[in-house]
Design a protein around this ligand. Structure first.
Ligand SMILES: *Cc1c(COP(=O)(O)O)cnc(C)c1O
Length: 450
């Protein structure tokens, strides 16, 4: 080496971060964690109020998951699924098929939510090509949808803030208006009318584009990154009925809502819906390792079967596809779901009730316009004027100020604009829920009521 390199104190370029704010210091650094608590370099502890970006399920350093990863490490950390296999990958696939909605019998592994979505869209496209329906190339999506940050995933997304910038790089898809019961174009808050409007619009657009459509992608029940927009009951079922009626695939992106978030293993179960393709990520390993999966029906899978030279193969793969350490963590997480009866009414119920009570209390605050949640997943929208729903000016960064205030109270949150996300690990205790809501209330009051 010649000369001495000038190395920035912290060369990390952080995700979704205006780096100018971190030219002379790093974000809070997590050095350890235990249960639902994170610890910084000074030994200060913080409640993990957003499950380390919606991923953690059973708490940090869970002995069963830690042990499974350690034991797997003693066998093999990584080989490959391109041409080879490993027992943990197969066992996990069998267990996921066992638990998934009816009809999903095949699993394609990858390593992030975005890749699970990319895979689903390529599968859907190639599926119709293989059936000879080569006129199909379009996808329908909801406005405000979020499916990840790779180019294909953004093409299926609807959030202008994240997506507009890359417009010319994206393929076109059909935007179906999100059934938003808080912000909608009607003067009256006549919920029945609003619901009817969105249900009808969905049918019009599906009908109109069915001939050229590969599929409709949806985040079941809750559109997370959009600001925790909770769909009206029956909407997912409605989409299932319409996609079946007009013969297009239904792709359920359960990257955020899957693995118990809403109180059932998969959110689609609430409406007895079996999608044709199911995208999984975030909580699949209990939030310990990067792993994702795209599940498909036997009908889709079998369309790809043929003699080698027919070139029906699904040409897609990643180096770390089905990584053994990640599969071991995922298997252990499923084991913990059973052993701790995480989703049993008697365990989940009291937590969900307390969470709901906490939300209802926050709803009373002067500057809380709306609270939206299912199970242990939700958000609190802070507004300047509760009557008119007028938001705060964007530059005021009210949501960000609130989470900084909550941090002083020992709770880590991350906002989506002015929506304060409250999404603790499913392992959260009733006492920890009290801490979460008390800190959030105090922070919202301090910032919005002064
Ligand atoms: C987070 C998320 C993704 C993207 O997952 P990554 O692992 O961040 O790539 C996709 N879809 C939904 C619904 C998500 O919430």
């Amino acid at each position: 080496m010649t000369g001495k390199k000038e190395i920035p104190i912290d060369p990390v370029w952080y995700p979704f971060t205006q780096m100018q704010e971190f030219t002379d210091h790093s974000p809070l650094s997590v050095v350890a964690a235990q249960g639902c608590w994170l610890e910084d370099e000074q030994g200060k502890r913080y409640l993990d109020g957003v499950s380390s970006l919606w991923a953690n399920v059973h708490g940090h350093r869970h002995p069963v998951i830690d042990k499974a990863i350690r034991e797997q490490m003693e066998r093999v950390s990584h080989s490959t699924m391109l041409g080879l296999s490993h027992p943990g990958g197969i066992e996990l696939a069998r267990q996921l098929v066992q638990r998934a909605p009816e009809g999903l019998s095949r699993i394609f592994y990858s390593d992030s939510g975005a890749t699970s979505v990319e895979i689903s869209l390529k599968m859907a496209y190639q599926y119709w090509q293989l059936l000879g329906e080569t006129q199909r190339y379009k996808f329908l999506k909801l406005s405000e949808a979020y499916h990840g940050d790779t180019i294909g995933a953004i093409s299926l997304g609807g959030m202008d803030l994240f997506h507009e910038r890359f417009d010319r790089l994206l393929f076109q898809s059909i935007k179906v208006p999100t059934p938003d019961l808080y912000r909608h174009p009607f003067a009256e808050n006549d919920e029945g009318h609003v619901v009817e409007h969105y249900f009808a619009l969905s049918e019009d657009l599906i009908k109109k584009h069915a001939e050229h459509a590969c599929g409709f992608i949806v985040e079941p029940l809750i559109q997370g990154a959009a600001g925790m927009i909770v769909h009206p009951p029956g909407y997912l079922k409605h989409l299932r009925d319409l996609t079946s009626k007009y013969n297009i695939l239904l792709i359920a992106d359960e990257v955020a809502v899957g693995f118990g978030r809403t109180g059932k293993m998969f959110a689609s179960e609430w409406e007895n819906v079996s999608p044709d393709l199911l995208c999984l990520g975030k909580g699949i390993t209990g939030g310990y390792m990067p792993l994702a999966a795209t599940m498909a029906t036997e009908q889709i899978f079998s369309a790809f079967l043929g003699d080698f030279e027919e070139l029906k193969t699904f040409f897609h793969g990643h180096t770390y596809t089905g990584n053994p350490l990640a599969c071991a963590a995922a298997l252990a997480s499923l084991q913990v779901f059973e052993e701790e009866r995480t989703l049993d009414d008697s365990v989940f119920g009291p937590k969900a009730n307390k969470y709901s009570e906490g939300m209802k209390r926050l709803e009373q605050l002067e500057h809380v316009g709306s609270v939206r949640y299912r199970g242990l997943m939700g958000g609190v929208e802070v507004v300047k004027d509760k009557t008119t729903k007028e938001p705060y000016p964007f530059e005021e960064r009210i949501g960000y100020q609130i989470i900084l205030e909550a941090r002083k109270q020992g709770v880590i949150l991350r906002p989506l604009g002015d929506v304060i996300v409250l999404m603790p690990p499913l392992a959260v205790s009733l006492e920890e829920l009290d801490i979460l809501f008390a800190a959030t209330e105090k922070a919202i009051r301090k910032i919005t009521e002064g």
